[in-house]
Design a protein around this ligand. Structure first.
Ligand code: COS
Length: 379
């Protein structure tokens, strides 16, 4: 791997070990990231990874961002997924489709240490994104938004939100969906949810009651938001898969060290062929997932028109094999792995999210086949 990626990996690992290791358990237990840690992460530029240098951001490529997110998630997947959303999914549509004013203002907020959130899912519809019902109505120079979003990462910490809204008729499905930027305001009722994993990342329900934003905050044309949202998800699926790589790496390390130290029947358990089999399998799943995620990231950087398929393959593979890997890590560790005192217990809860968030495994399979049939292309 090239030298600059390895130096990005080393500096992120150093930060994560120094600043995140001591709080990661607490973040999970309290379902919140301390203010001071948020500030440190923001100062490192991890919440603005993909913001170009001309707007004051780190200007990382998708591949470089993937390595950063992987390393953050190796220690705290909550911080890793926060960086995925704020540093990759939020900048993407602003950089690609935003007006100069939107770029100046909102990429500037991220570059200065602000946090962004992406609001798509609703209580009615997660997989079926074209059915969203949050309504946005034009009133003079303003857009008024009414509706409820749910499972929104970063919501309690966010300075602004990218919100998928219905501006056309429901029967027009994806052709009546727009994407708007909404500043944090008292019109929002944010209720934090008690999720099983990635705890602390702020996953919340977001009620929007007569929220107003300027017409200038529409990203692209009215009713032309769906494709932009899907293109954003293509990058988000890869950077979410990167959080899975971090979790897989952590679980592998934990089980490997344990297997060298724990003895049974007079030898360290790593001497038992059955344990070697599990460790070899885990290492293979980790390295193959990494190759696939990096390949998808490279294709995103190169603007591959077949990117939807590769993003979905990367996330589907990492999610399903990640769940397998962490289950094996717990198996190697036995009762200790199953205990609340072990890291693997948290990793086991965390890894499951990737089979659901940013599109379930079933949706990824659908996207792969739609792509193969020529129904999905990048723009
Ligand atoms: N990349 C680029 N374009 C995509 C795309 C992708 N991954 N997925 C869909 N599209 C495009 C299609 O090409 C089509 O474009 P045209 O209007 O130009 O033909 C348009 O989006 C609508 O797609 P489709 O006709 O396939 O719509 P469906 O409602 O049948 O299916 C799925 C859309 C299921 C693929 C979409 O709703 C989806 O990905 N759902 C999961 C949402 C999700 O991941 N939620 C988690 C949110 S966490 S932020």
């Amino acid at each position: 791997m090239d030298g600059s990626l390895e130096s990005i990996r080393a500096s992120t690992r150093e930060f994560a070990e120094k600043e995140l290791r001591r709080v990661a358990k607490l973040v999970d237990e309290r379902n919140a990231v301390p203010e001071e840690v948020l500030r440190q992460v923001a100062e490192m530029g991890y919440f603005s990874l993909r913001v170009p240098e001309e707007y004051g951001g780190p200007g990382l490529s998708v591949l470089e961002s993937t390595v950063v997110i992987e390393e953050l998630s190796r220690v705290s997947s909550a911080i890793g997924i926060m960086a995925t959303v704020s540093g990759s999914m939020v900048p993407y549509p602003i950089v690609k489709y935003g007006t100069p004013e939107q770029k100046e203002k909102y990429l500037g907020i991220l570059a200065k240490g602000g946090i962004g959130a992406f609001a798509l899912s609703e209580p009615c519809c997660g997989s079926d994104a074209a059915s969203i019902t949050t309504r946005a109505t034009l009133e003079g120079d303003e857009i008024v938004i009414e509706g409820t979003k749910t499972y929104i990462t970063n919501a309690p910490y966010a300075d602004f939100f990218l919100v998928a809204v219905r501006t056309g008729r429901e029967e027009d499905r994806h052709k009546g969906v727009s994407l708007v930027i909404l500043d944090r305001s008292p019109c929002m009722k944010i209720s934090k949810l008690e999720m099983m994993g990635y705890r602390g990342s702020g996953t919340s329900e977001l009620k929007l009651e007569g929220c107003r934003t300027s017409k200038e905050n529409l990203i692209g044309e009215l009713n032309a938001g769906f494709k932009k949202i899907m293109m954003t998800l293509n990058e988000g699926r890869v950077t979410t898969a990167a959080t899975g790589l971090g979790i897989m790496q952590a679980a592998f390390e934990e089980a490997f060290e344990y297997a060298k130290q724990r003895t049974s029947m007079g030898v360290p358990i790593i001497e038992h062929q059955m344990v070697q089999h599990l460790l070899a399998e885990m290492n293979m799943l980790l390295e193959t997932s990494r190759l696939i995620v990096y390949e998808a990231a490279r294709r995103l950087d190169a603007g591959d028109p077949d990117i939807a398929r590769f993003s979905s393959i990367a996330k589907l593979f990492t999610a399903s094999r990640g769940v397998d890997l962490v289950r094996m890590a717990m198996q190697v560790m036995g009762g200790i792995g199953y205990s609340k005192d072990s890291l693997v217990e948290r990793l086991y809860r965390d890894i499951k999210m990737i089979e659901i968030g940013d599109g379930t495994n079933e949706i990824q399979r659908m996207v792969i086949v739609k792509s193969l049939r020529g129904k999905i292309r990048g723009d």
